[in-house]
Ligand binder design. Structure first.
Ligand code: SF4
Ligand code: SF4
Length: 113
């Protein structure tokens, strides 16, 4: 990391979407078409009791999957308590809890192949 006049330049976080592997996201959407309806409002993140301590957020899970960052997404999902609060506040009516369970199941199926 370089220091210039007291400012530190961060590495670029740009993602080349043409090179991203979205296998898990595509499989999730095939089973849970509602995943595409998320408008990233953040209501699920704001109500998540696990979010404050672990960074869990359905919104971020979907973002990570869309960007091919499966490990980050699965790490988040592992801290979900399935309390269902996010389910109740989603303005798009997405069954977020079911979506989380599907992410885990699809990943386990993929891993066992
Ligand atoms: S179900 Fe999981 S993601 Fe949703 S609010 Fe509860 S702990 Fe957070
Ligand atoms: S509350 Fe629903 S629409 Fe809003 S970010 Fe979460 S999943 Fe997406």
């Amino acid at each position: 990391m370089m220091n210039i006049f007291g400012f530190r330049l961060s590495a670029s976080s740009a993602i080349d979407m043409d090179k991203v592997d979205r296998t898990l996201f595509d499989k999730l959407c095939a089973e849970e078409p509602d995943a595409r309806r998320c408008m990233s409002c953040g209501s699920c993140s704001a109500t998540c009791p696990a979010g404050e301590f672990t960074g869990m957020s359905v919104r971020k899970v979907l973002h990570n999957l869309q960007r091919g960052k499966e490990r980050e997404a699965l790490k988040m999902v592992s801290s979900c308590m399935l309390c269902g609060k996010c389910n109740m506040v989603c303005p798009r009516g997405i069954n977020t809890r079911h979506l989380i369970l599907s992410v885990c199941r699809i990943y386990k199926t993929e891993e066992s192949r």
